[in-house]
Design a protein around this ligand. Structure first.
Ligand SMILES: *[C@@H]1O[C@H](CO)[C@@H](O)[C@H](O)[C@H]1NC(C)=O
Ligand SMILES: *[C@@H]1O[C@H](CO)[C@@H](O)[C@H](O)[C@H]1NC(C)=O
Length: 930
């Protein structure tokens, strides 16, 4: 009997799949459910026509393998009260119906059928009734936000079953009852050990904050429970969650004293305890090195002087201790904290003569109303906003002094003054880039923020820039953003009005509008200075028509391509999984390195080539980590150059405190890296794991990064042929990681800064700091926080959190565009992908393309090759991952281009120069053949 080779068994479903996919388009169940929605909801997109939603690109619907996987219909004025049909989309991964105030009804328990749902966003609709228990069946759920509805009744215990949940936001509802924790067979929120966000503020929750809710193995960063009716003491257990960054417990009825161990929260940035009935001594927070914002106002602490440890909080920008029975004089060093912006100590019993010293920061605001201060040392010579109204000093003659007058703060109004004064007409508004269009408008509600000086434009610029970067990185059609009118509402939430202007057209179509809303409420990013937020959009005036899809003709091809890819990935994943399970299952967690027999030479038999180096050896070869030997740094720590005793020149990556991994993870990384051997991938020479240090030692690559060369910083000039060779090398390195490494690896941070050039200008791919084994996931990995670098991030990954090797292809495509234009991916608010694609679209005007191509490639003697190269780059950065080529295909295409270029160039007699070794030359200029 003939034995069928295993590979064919694996490919059989593939063949069947292709046949099936080619025969039908959208899954008929999904079509009928969408049609049912059409008949029960109002204002669905007008292009929901025909029998093939996936093939004819219904707005708001995204498909994969003919199944509806994503429904994002945010802020398009939907109305409806029947939601039972939603439960039929069994392949649905993302559901965002936020900002449709006309959606009024209860969430049906059939929502529990959405077994593949990862993201559920219903911000600011009009849902009411209980959150169904069945929500606990959504095992894949990573993100849920039901903010700003009228849900009532208790928080279901079943939410505790959502083991992948990272973001839980139920704020601004009418939820009652206690915070559910596990109890016998009942699960509870304490089981959510992967959760980073508990946002339960602005409800009517009562009872105590259960001590069981928190445990040291949790990953919580935001605990936001303000404005409820929680009572009892703050649990001790809160102080054991070392990852916390924001804690808001304000405006409850908490009592008792603040647990001492809160002081262990060394990552905490913002702490709000105000408006409770807390008693006992003022807590000692001197350990909170990262604290920016502290509000303890309106509590009943024991009367006390201002504690001396205030002056240890070197990061503090904002201190609110209104009405907290503070007494005695104010120590002068309170005012000299370097970052301080606001000190508000009104309604206390502070007395004596006020002395602010002379080393207070610029633009400080100090509010000391209603105390017992009798004099002010610097009253004729101070430079800050000082309010002493309601103190003895402001009685009588001095009442007219500036410091006795309460001024209204004027918030700056930011608008672009750069634009000519034109009348846009028909309700359009001028964008900061001086284009007239209809912006989407709305309000950003920040749960927390780390500053209080609203006149400091840095904060607006940061917010503006971060939003814009997020839009550009996700490939959304946004021209520019304007944030204005900061206000702090009665709940001490910071609100900004925001205008988001469309790009390329006067108006957003429904897809663009919804994608903007989805990105803002899903926020796969964290902004500097700003905590988490939600976004309420206003009604949009005037949706543009959806663009006719240019892809219709190739849909079948794409679907087949995608399914081939999925099946191959599954094959790879199964294989990788087998390999992994075969590997040392019984590794001891306590000392994973114990099994590595470390002999004198430091070689570890399980590792191919990589050696165990002693701390001493590394210390010596880097001259005790001297600055002179430092060659770079990143989030993880510093990189040093060193010469080992073996005369090998190496680059040593030394993890700093805070980026150290667990021993087991570190060991896994070393094992992984030591298996990678390819001439276009930087080689791991060894590692050091000693004295609390984790270091990775790589071969040293002398000519720096590709970015340095492209920016002209390194002095190496890259002509056309060199650029092609670098592109080929990097592609080969990545193709090796994707297709040949065992297990396959997704790099996740491909960028020109991670492509290094050796003596001969061969390129090598570096830095697998955040690499992900492909075997970890079947059809793509869903992660809670997108990893990578802004400007290179695959928009599909960014929006969906689905990681595949095509995300690397995208980032690689951005690198190709850098090779073509020599510009960084985001420059002065312009995104390279868009710049080149606009230049390509304008075929009438070929000078446009000429202008984006790097000067030294102009005039190109190989126009065909250049055009092919640009087309290749554009295919790598296609929006849909399934339409991008594999790295293997990229390698072959570049080989073709190089072969062609070789012919063109030999016939014009200067081919050799392109490949010539530059080591022998001091004068790079002489090499430009173009
Ligand atoms: C001062 O704080 C106490 C709680 O300690 C509170 O009951 C009282 O209302 C507060 N006073 C003002 C004016 O807010
Ligand atoms: C504005 O804020 C930034 C960030 O906190 C700070 O570095 C800068 O010094 C501030 N500028 C002014 C003028 O206060």
């Amino acid at each position: 009997m003939m034995i069928i080779p295993r590979i064919w068994l694996c490919l059989l479903p593939l063949v069947i799949h292709i046949l099936v996919v080619a025969a039908i388009l959208t899954n008929t169940d999904d079509v009928s459910t969408l049609n049912a929605l059409k008949s029960s909801w109002g204002n669905l997109p007008p292009n929901w026509l025909g029998a093939d939603p996936c093939g004819s690109n219904w707005e708001g619907i995204r498909c994969s393998n003919s199944r509806v996987v994503s429904i994002t219909l945010s802020g398009i004025g939907l109305t409806g009260s029947e939601f039972g049909d939603l439960g039929s989309f069994t392949e649905l991964q993302h559901l965002d119906l936020s900002n449709n105030i006309g959606l009024k009804g209860t969430l049906p328990s059939s929502i529990g059928n959405l077994k593949n749902l990862t993201t559920l966003i219903l911000v600011s609709c009009s849902f009411f009734g209980q959150i169904p228990d069945s929500i606990g069946s959504l095992q894949q759920l990573v993100f849920i936000s039901l903010t700003s509805n009228s849900f009532n009744g208790p928080i279901p215990h079943s939410i505790g079953n959502l083991s992948k949940l990272s973001w839980l936001d139920l704020s601004y509802n009418k939820l009652t009852g206690t915070i559910p924790v596990s109890n016998g067979p009942l699960p509870g929120l304490d089981k959510l050990i992967n959760a980073k966000h508990f946002h339960l503020s602005q409800n009517q929750l009562s009872g105590t904050i259960p001590p069981k809710l928190f445990s040291p193995n949790m990953k919580l960063i935001h605990v936001i429970l303000d404005h409820n009716q929680l009572s009892g003491e703050i649990p001790q257990t809160l102080g054991r969650v070392q990852t916390l960054e924001v804690v808001r417990l304000d405006s409850n009825t908490l009592n008792g004293s603040v647990p001492d161990n809160l002081n262990n929260l060394t990552s905490l940035n913002e702490l709000y305890l105000s408006n409770n009935n807390l008693t006992g001594p003022l807590p000692d927070l001197s350990g909170m090195n990262a604290l920016y914002y502290l509000d303890m106002s309106n509590n009943s602490f024991d009367a006390s002087e201002i504690p001396p440890w205030f002056s240890n909080l070197l990061s503090l920008t904002t201190l609110h201790m209104v009405n907290t029975t503070l007494q005695g004089p104010i120590p002068v060093n309170v005012f000299s904290l370097p970052q301080l912006e606001t000190v508000e100590l009104s309604n206390n019993n502070l007395n004596g003569t006020l002395d602010i010293g002379s080393s207070y920061p610029k633009n400080l605001t100090v509010d000391l109303q209603n105390n017992s201060i009798v004099d002010f040392e610097q009253k004729t010579n101070y430079n800050m906003k000082m309010v002493l109204t309601g103190n003895p000093i402001c009685k009588g003659n001095e009442a007219k002094e500036n410091y006795c007058i309460v001024e209204n703060n004027n918030n700056p109004f930011l608008s672009s003054d750069n634009c000519p004064n034109v009348n846009c007409g028909s309700g359009k508004i001028q964008s900061p880039n001086c284009k007239c269009s209809h912006p989407q408008t709305g309000t950003l509600h920040f749960f927390s923020y780390s500053f209080s000086n609203f006149e400091n434009l840095t904060y607006y610029r940061t917010l503006n820039g971060s939003l814009m970067t997020a839009f550009l990185t996700s490939g959304l059609p946004v021209d520019s953003v304007s944030v204005t009118d900061p206000t702090i509402d009665v709940y001490s939430y910071l609100k900004f009005r925001v205008q988001i202007f469309p790009s390329g057209q006067d108006t957003f179509n429904r897809t663009g509008n919804s994608d903007v809303g989805f990105l803002l409420n899903r926020q796969p990013f964290q902004f500097d200075y700003f905590g988490p937020f939600f976004y309420k959009a206003d009604d949009y005036c005037c949706f543009g028509g959806s663009k006719k899809s240019s892809h219709t003709g190739i849909i079948v091809g794409v679907a087949v391509g995608a399914s081939v890819f999925v099946v191959l990935l599954v094959c790879v994943a199964v294989y990788a999984f087998r390999q992994r399970s075969r590997a040392n299952r019984a590794t001891e967690k306590s000392n994973p390195f114990a099994s590595w027999d470390r002999d004198k030479s430091g070689s570890v038999p399980q590792l191919k080539g990589a050696r165990w180096l002693s701390f001493e050896e590394i210390q010596k070869c880097t001259h005790n980590f001297s600055d002179a030997n430092s060659i770079g740094s990143g989030g993880y720590g510093k990189v040093y150059r060193g010469l080992l005793a073996t005369r090998e020149l190496v680059a040593i990556k030394r993890a700093q405190q805070g980026s150290l991994q667990g021993a087991l993870e570190f060991k896994t990384e070393i094992e992984l890296l030591s298996r990678i051997h390819h001439k276009n991938v930087v080689n791991l020479v060894g590692f050091c794991y000693e004295q609390g240090e984790q270091m990775l030692v790589y071969e040293y690559i002398p000519n720096g990064t590709l970015r340095e060369s492209l920016s002209g910083k390194s002095g190496i000039q890259l002509n056309w042929m060199r650029r092609l060779n670098i592109a080929l090398d990097a592609a080969r390195g990545l193709a090796y990681l994707h297709e040949l490494a065992d297990p396959p690896i997704i790099h996740r941070d491909v960028k020109s800064n991670n492509i290094l050039l050796d003596d001969n200008l061969n390129a090598k791919v570096a830095d697998f700091g955040i690499s992900k084994l492909l075997g970890d996931a079947g059809k793509g990995h869903v992660s809670t926080q997108v990893k990578g670098t802004m400007g290179y991030l695959d928009p599909e990954y960014y929006m969906t959190q689905q990681l595949t090797d095509r995300s690397d292809v995208y980032s690689y495509g951005v690198v190709l565009l850098e090779l073509i234009t020599a510009r960084p991916p985001i420059e002065r608010g312009k995104y390279i992908v868009r710049v080149v694609s606009e230049a390509m679209d304008d075929q009438k005007d070929s000078s446009k393309l000429d202008r984006v191509v790097d000067q030294i490639l102009r005039p190109h003697r190989d126009p065909d090759g250049l055009l092919k190269f640009i087309n290749l780059a554009m295919s790598c950065v296609r929006e849909s991952a399934a339409e991008r080529p594999s790295m293997g295909e990229v390698v072959r295409e570049i080989e073709n281009i190089i072969q062609m270029a070789g012919k063109v160039l030999t016939s014009s007699s200067s081919f050799e120069e392109g490949n010539q070794d530059i080591r022998n030359s001091n004068s790079y200029e002489s090499y430009g053949w173009l």
